[in-house]
Design a protein around this ligand. Structure first.
Ligand SMILES: Cc1cc2nc3c(=O)[nH]c(=O)nc-3n(C[C@H](O)[C@H](O)[C@H](O)COP(=O)(O)OP(=O)(O)OC[C@H]3O[C@@H](n4cnc5c(N)ncnc54)[C@H](O)[C@@H]3O)c2cc1C
Ligand code: SF4
Length: 520
């Protein structure tokens, strides 16, 4: 393998893959470093035991996090080429215009809240591109507070399944405006790939037949065909800054199979390892000492304040046993004007009911066991409440606490504010109201305590005293270092983040290419 590259990208998730595609298409020599491996498209992909219980893709490197309740624990994320896109639910939403100016809209609601240094209009053409690259199927104009878009989606989603119809009818009866979730799924194949068979193992699972348009079946093959190299099973442990003007000149790596240590050199380095690992890598590389923005690395970690309302019905809710993560509501995105809490709330979405094996494993006895017995009579609504930034919610490292590869383990400190919990409670109430109207006999609320939507740990902005990155996601003070994963987001928005990460990375990629002679 070559040791000398134009651009080295750490991480093959939405940020890394998109920036790499933009760069390789412009003729740059691009290396992507990825600690995970390519997923197997075999029976294990849809096997709840293999994926959710035995954790086939579990990383050996944990994060240390607050334990739900009290104390601290270690969380081992899944890892794979394509990052979380392989396991995600494919909901592909744009932020709203007002999300870019939240501080203007809610000047008194949160002292760490900043406006974005760009507007929706700056991102809109890249949202268009990202939707095309990811084959998003949706219905333009159906989302009541959808931002302006240039045209329709490239494909249509399938009709609502029984659980989605039930939710949509109840919501309409309450005067709400449900609409189809835009999904990055190959429902009606036009490119020769096998289309979606609408199974029940989508969210949380790799797609056995490659119909979920994750990065390993869309963007990465295109980037590789254009000349990019993906080095999987390789952990980036440190960025070396021995170049002119404190530039990153090399990335130190470890081959996870052989344990071999080696370095690759680069003219531009892009970190896109995910919001928690990226902060850890930058801190382990000494970038916390860069003034004044280094002190923002790891700060303002957000993760959405999400939870599920589970409706239990008298009869079977999904008799055809088909995919049903389909219906969304944005009626309460910015709250409802007069009810508490102040500030943005978020959205409600249909969610796939997980397999019974997982419900038992998660819930234990007796809750999980009872939950698994009623699984075919359940409907899940996911409430994604927007959480606001707080500099005390953060990622740190302790050089004495290291993983198998000798890299510092990211230590996460996080708690939700009463306002953020209030936004979730408000969405819970609305979700429960819909499910009651739909005929649910029992409604159960369950907070989500994962970091699947982690973001914000290297926020971008105009002022290095208030942000880690400049408006092009370049680390202030290091001319050739960019960060393009979910870390860059200064506020979390009330929608799932992947499409925004993808669009922004395309924007940054185009900028790096345009400015190459000056940057490299
Ligand atoms: C189960 C699940 C369902 C979700 N559903 C949705 C959804 O429906 N819609 C949506 O918009 N979002 C969803 N999300 C969230 C979404 O997937 C993430 O926000 C998004 O994928 C983050 O992209 P990223 O580029 O920031 O980072 P990641 O996807 O985390 O990519 C980072 C990559 O870097 C690699 N890496 C980390 N450290 C190193 C290192 N030191 N060296 C080399 N490689 C490294 C990781 O292995 C990973 O592949 C879901 C997430 C999960 C877990
Ligand atoms: S629902 Fe479709 S895209 Fe999702 S895993 Fe099943 S076949 Fe794949």
């Amino acid at each position: 393998m070559m040791r000398d590259w134009d651009m080295v990208v750490v991480g093959t998730g939405f940020g890394g893959s998109m920036v790499a595609l933009a760069a390789v298409r412009a003729g740059l020599r691009v290396l992507l470093i990825e600690r995970g491996r390519w997923v197997d498209r075999d029976d294990s992909a849809w096997d709840p035991r293999s994926i959710l219980i035995d954790r086939k893709y579990r990383s050996v490197s944990p994060f240390e996090t607050p334990r739900f309740g009290f104390g601290r624990t270690r969380f081992f994320p899944d890892e794979a080429v394509g990052g979380k896109s392989v396991f995600y639910g494919a909901a592909s939403f744009r932020l709203r215009e007002a999300d870019f100016r939240l501080r203007d809209r809610y000047p008194d609601v949160c002292s760490d809240l900043t406006d974005w240094p760009i507007d929706y209009a700056d991102l809109a053409p890249f949202y268009d591109q990202a939707e095309r690259l990811l084959g998003v199927a949706g219905v333009a104009g159906s989302d009541p507070n959808e931002p302006t878009r240039a045209g329709p989606y490239g494909a249509a989603p399938p009709p609502f399944s029984a659980p989605a119809r039930r939710v949509a009818s109840a919501a309409e009866a309450l005067g709400l405006r449900p609409f189809p979730i835009p999904l990055a799924i190959n429902f009606a194949s036009t490119d020769g790939r096998r289309p979606c068979v609408q199974c029940l193992t989508c969210d949380l699972f790799p797609c056995k037949i490659g119909a979920k348009n994750d990065l390993t079946v869309t963007v990465l093959p295109t980037a590789i065909a254009a000349g990019a190299t993906v080095l999987h099973g390789t952990v980036a442990v440190r960025l070396r800054r021995d170049g002119r003007e404190g530039r990153v000149s090399a990335v130190d790596c470890i081959d996870t199979a052989s344990g071999e240590r080696f370095s690759v050199t680069c003219r531009v380095c892009v970190v896109s390892a995910g919001a928690i690992p990226s902060a850890g890598l930058l801190l382990a590389s000494g970038l916390g000492a860069v003034e004044p923005n280094g002190s923002w690395i790891g700060r303002c970690l957000m993760r959405h304040c999400s939870g599920i309302v589970i409706g239990i019905f008298g009869g079977r809710t999904n008799p055809e046993r088909v995919f049903h993560k389909q219906v969304a509501l944005t009626d309460f995105y910015f709250g409802d004007g007069h009810r508490s809490p102040p500030g943005p709330w978020g959205m409600i979405q249909g969610l796939q009911v997980p397999p019974p094996e997982y419900i038992v494993a998660e819930g234990g006895f007796p809750i999980g066991t009872l939950g698994a017995k009623t699984v075919d009579r359940q409907v899940f609504l996911l409430c994604i409440a927007q959480d606001l930034p707080d500099a005390e919610n953060r990622v740190e490292i302790d050089p004495a606490m290291t993983d198998t590869y000798g890299a510092p383990i990211p230590r996460v400190f996080h708690s939700y504010s009463p306002r953020d919990r209030g936004a979730r409670s408000a969405l819970y109430r609305e979700g429960a109201r819909i499910l009651r109207k739909a005929g649910a006999l029992i409604r159960v609320r369950k907070p989500i305590n994962t970091f699947s939507h982690a973001l914000g740990t290297c926020r971008f902005g105009d002022d290095p005293a208030r942000a880690a990155l400049d408006p092009w996601c370049r680390f202030f003070g290091v001319p050739n270092l960019f960060v393009v994963d979910a870390s860059f987001m200064p506020s979390s928005g009330g929608v799932n983040p992947s499409l925004t990460i993808a669009a922004n990375a395309l924007r940054v990629g185009q900028h790096v290419v345009a400015e190459w002679d000056r940057l490299a």
